[in-house]
Design a binder for this molecule. Structure first.
Ligand code: COA
Ligand code: AMP
Length: 640
C-alpha cells in the first residue's frame, strides 16, 4: 500500500513524538509543549506533560479572534420541536461566558465536577464549553438512562453542580427529566446540590427555591460579562464519560485537555477530510463519545459548523429527515451508526425520499459505533453514490483506531472491514497467551502501548480497575475487548466483543449490569442476560430467569415486572423487552453459564452440544421457552 496514508503511518512509526509535535502546532497553547511525551508518568505515560492550554479557548475564542465570529458554530435542527436555531462563534462566546460567570458565582472552578443531563439542545454544548472554560470537569449523562444510573454517576464523580433541562422529547413522548433528577439526587444523598435547569416549553418543571436556578435567568444575569479561560495543564481532565463495564458499576473514562485537542484536530482533516468552515454532522447524542468528540469538540476546534440534531433517523417525521438536514444546511460529512441506516432502509427501501433532496454537498458518509454490516454499507453506497466509510473506535480511545483516512488518501473499501490502523495506533491480534497470530487468524485485538494522544490516561478514581480492565492481561498492550482479525493487506475486521458488553442500536450496554438489576427481583433466584442478533438494532438483550422454588405467581406477570425493573433501574435505552422464565440455566460442570450456546439457540443458528455441559436436557427446555417468545428457529426463518 503506497501513498499519503502509508507515508503518514511511517512518519508516525519512525518518530512518534515528532509526528505529534507537528500536529500540536494546530492548537493554541498558553505554554507550548517542550516535552511531547513522558513515558514515566501515569499508567502508560502522559502526552504534552509541561504544556498549558484551555479547550474552550481553542473551540471558541480563537475563532472569534481569527475572523470566524460570524460563522455558524452550531445549528440546532430539532424536528421534534419544529424549530431551528443557528449560533455563531461570536454568540457562542457570549453564551458560554455568561454561563461560566453563573457557575463561577456558585463557586465552580478548576477541577470541580459538573454533571450535565440534557437532551440534544445547544445549551448542553454551552454547558460543556462553560465547564472547559473554567477548568471544571464535566460528565454528561445520556437522557435515556434511569435515575439510579444518573445517581451512580453523580456520586462517583463527586459532582458539585448539575446542569439539566425540564424535559427531553422522544417521538410521541415527553420525558420529564426533573423528576428523574430529583430522584437521582435523593438516591445519591445529594438533595442540596445546586442545579441550573433549562425550562423547555414542552414540559416546564417546578424549581426548588434556593437550590434550582433557571438556566435562562442565569444567562440573562451574566450576559456581557467577560470570563477568562482558565489555564489548565494539558494533562488535566476535560471530562469524565461513564461507559459500560463488565459489572453494573460504569467506568469513568477520563479525557485530558491537550492530547485530546491535538488528536481530534488532526482527525478532522486526515480522517474526515473536511476543511474549516464546512458543515459537519455527527447524528449521535452528546451523551455518547461520538457526540463528545464529533458533535462538540472536534468540529469546533477545527472551525467547522456542527449540526446539533434533536430527532431520529425515522419517525421525525419520516425516513427523509437526514436528507432534508443535509440539503438545508449543506452538510459536507455525515457520521452516524449503521443502525440509523438500517432504520431508514426499512422505512424507505427504495430510497425514494433521497431523490427529493439535493445532496450534492455531501462528500462522505462515516459509520461507527457497531459493526457496519456489508448489506447496509452496500445499500448506502448505491443510494447515495458517495464513499461509505466504516471506522472503529471506543469511548476509551475518543477517536478512530482504524479507519479509511479520506483526507490523506482514500483507500479501497472492503465491506465488513473498518480498514486500517491510524497513525498513533500499533494494532495487533493476539492469542489468549498474548502471542501475535498470523494474518487472517481471529484473536484478541490489542494496541501496543503507549496509546496515542486523545485516549484515556486513566479511569476516574479507579486506577487498579484501569490496569485490570485494560493493561494486565497482555503485558505492554491495551486490551480492546474486541475480537477480530487483520488480513494480509493490513485491514481490520472487528467481529465481536470478548466480554459481556452488547451493542444495542449503537449503544454500549453491559449484560452484567442488567443481571444485577434483575437479581434484585424478590422472585428471581438466578438469571442470565445475553445479546441476540436483531435485524434493526444489531443486538437486543434477552433475559433468562430461574424463579425461587415455591413461587406460585403467574410467570408472565413476573416477566413483565422484570422488564419494568430493568427500564426503571437502567433506563429505556437498554431496550430490554424480553424476559423468559426457565426451569434451569444450562451450565458447564464447573458451574459456568453457557451463554454462547444460549445465544446460538436464540438466533436459530447451528449449535453443538458443549462437551462440558452438566445436563444436556436443559438446552431443550431453553429452546422451548425461547420458542414461546418468538426466538429460536422461528427467528432465523423471519430474518432470512
Ligand atoms: N432520552 C430518553 N429516552 C431515550 C433517549 C433519550 N435521549 N434516547 C432513547 N430513548 C428511549 C427511546 O425513546 C426508546 O424508548 P421506548 O422503549 O419507550 O421506545 C428507548 O430509549 C430505546 O431507544 P433507541 O435505542 O433510540 O431505539 P428506538 O427504537 O427509539 O430508535 C433507532 C431506533 C435506530 C432509530 C435509534 O436507535 C437511533 O437513531 N440510533 C442511532 C444510534 C446512535 O446515534 N448511536 C450513537 C453512536 S454513533
Ligand atoms: P463505545 O465505547 O460505545 O463507542 O463502543 C465501543 C464498541 O463498539 C467497540 O469496542 C466495538 O465493540 C463496537 N464498535 C464500534 N465501532 C465499531 C465498528 N466500526 N465496527 C465494529 N464494532 C464497532
Amino acid at each position: 500500500m503506497q501513498g499519503a496514508y502509508r507515508q503518514a503511518y511511517e512518519n508516525w512509526k519512525s518518530d512518534p513524538e515528532g509526528f505529534w509535535r507537528k500536529a500540536a502546532e494546530a492548537i493554541d497553547w498558553f505554554e507550548a509543549p517542550q516535552r511531547i511525551f513522558d513515558g514515566q508518568a501515569g499508567a502508560y505515560g502522559r502526552w504534552f506533560p509541561d504544556a498549558t492550554t484551555n479547550t474552550c479557548f481553542n473551540c471558541v475564542d480563537r475563532h472569534v479572534r481569527d475572523g470566524r465570529g460570524d460563522q455558524a458554530a452550531l445549528i440546532h435542527d430539532s424536528p421534534v420541536t419544529g424549530s431551528q436555531r443557528s449560533i455563531s462563534f461570536h454568540e457562542l462566546l457570549g453564551e458560554v461566558s455568561a454561563l461560566a460567570a453563573g457557575m463561577k458565582e456558585l463557586g465552580i472552578g478548576k477541577g470541580d465536577r459538573v454533571i450535565i443531563y440534557m437532551p440534544m439542545v445547544p445549551e448542553a454544548i454551552i454547558a460543556m464549553l462553560a465547564c472547559a472554560r473554567l477548568g471544571a470537569v464535566h460528565s454528561v449523562v445520556f437522557g435515556g438512562f434511569a435515575a439510579s444510573e444518573l445517581a451512580t454517576r453523580i456520586a462517583d464523580c463527586g459532582a458539585r453542580l448539575v446542569i439539566s433541562a425540564s424535559c427531553g422529547i422522544e417521538p410521541g413522548r415527553v420525558v420529564a427529566y426533573k423528576p428523574l433528577l430529583d430522584q437521582a439526587l435523593d438516591i445519591a444523598g445529594a438533595t442540596s446540590m445546586p442545579t441550573i435547569i433549562l425550562q423547555r416549553e414542552a414540559s416546564p418543571c417546578s424549581l426548588m427555591d434556593g437550590r434550582d436556578q433557571d438556566f435562562e435567568a442565569v444567562l440573562a444575569r451574566h450576559r456581557g460579562k467577560q470570563v477568562e479561560c482558565v489555564a489548565v495543564a494539558a494533562t488535566d481532565p476535560l471530562y469524565i464519560l461513564y461507559t459500560s463495564g463488565t459489572t453494573g458499576k460504569p467506568k469513568g473514562v477520563v479525557r485530558d485537555n491537550g492530547g485530546h485537542m491535538v488528536a481530534l484536530h488532526w482527525s478532522m482533516h486526515a480522517v474526515y477530510g473536511v476543511k474549516p468552515g464546512e458543515v459537519y454532522w455527527a447524528a449521535s447524542d452528546i451523551g455518547w463519545v461520538v457526540g463528545h468528540s464529533y458533535i462538540v469538540y472536534a468540529p469546533l476546534l477545527h472551525g467547522n459548523t456542527s449540526i446539533v440534531f434533536e430527532g431520529k433517523p425515522v419517525g421525525t417525521p419520516d425516513a427523509g429527515t437526514f436528507w432534508r438536514v443535509i440539503n438545508e444546511h449543506k452538510v459536507a460529512a455525515l457520521f452516524t451508526a449503521p443502525t440509523a441506516f438500517r432504520a431508514i432502509r426499512k422505512d424507505d427501501p427504495e430510497g425514494a425520499l433521497i431523490a427529493r433532496h439535493d445532496l450534492s454537498s455531501l462528500r462522505t458518509l462515516f459509520l461507527a459505533g457497531e459493526r457496519a454490516d456489508p448489506d447496509t454499507v452496500q445499500w448506502a453506497e448505491q443510494k447515495l453514490q458517495i464513499p461509505v466509510i466504516d471506522h472503529w473506535w471506543q469511548t476509551e480511545t475518543g477517536w478512530t483506531i482504524a479507519g479509511n483516512p479520506v483526507g490523506l488518501q482514500q483507500l479501497p473499501v472492503k465491506h465488513g472491514s473498518a480498514a486500517v490502523a491510524m497513525p498513533g495506533y500499533d494494532v495487533q491480534v493476539l492469542d489468549d497467551a498474548g502471542h501475535k497470530v498470523a494474518a487472517g487468524t481471529l484473536g484478541n485485538i490489542a494496541i501496543k502501548l503507549p496509546l496515542p494522544p486523545g485516549c484515556l490516561p486513566e479511569l476516574w478514581n479507579a486506577q487498579s480497575r484501569f490496569r485490570e480492565s485494560y493493561l494486565d492481561e497482555f503485558a505492554g498492550y491495551y486490551k480492546t475487548s474486541d475480537a477480530g482479525y487483520i488480513d494480509t493487506d493490513g485491514y481490520l475486521f472487528i467481529m465481536a466483543r470478548t466480554d459481556d458488553i452488547i451493542n444495542v442500536a449503537g449503544h454500549r450496554l453491559s449484560t452484567g449490569g442488567m443481571e444485577e438489576a434483575i437479581s434484585g427481583h424478590p422472585d428471581v433466584a438466578e438469571c442470565a442476560v445475553i445479546g441476540v442478533a436483531d435485524a434493526m438494532k444489531g443486538q437486543v438483550p434477552v433475559g433468562f430467569l430461574v424463579l425461587n422454588s415455591g413461587v406460585g405467581r403467574d410467570t408472565a406477570t413476573i416477566e413483565a415486572e422484570v422488564i419494568a425493573r430493568v427500564r426503571e433501574r437502567i433506563g429505556p435505552v437498554a431496550a430490554f423487552k424480553t424476559a423468559v422464565v426457565v426451569q434451569r440455566l444450562p451450565k458447564t460442570r464447573s458451574g459456568k453459564i453457557l451463554r454462547a450456546t444460549m445465544q446460538k439457540i436464540a438466533e436459530g443458528a447451528d449449535w453443538k452440544m458443549p462437551a462440558t455441559i452438566d445436563d444436556p436436557a436443559i438446552l431443550d427446555e431453553i429452546g422451548a421457552a425461547l420458542g414461546r417468545h418468538g426466538y429460536g428457529p422461528t427467528q432465523a426463518a423471519t430474518d432470512a
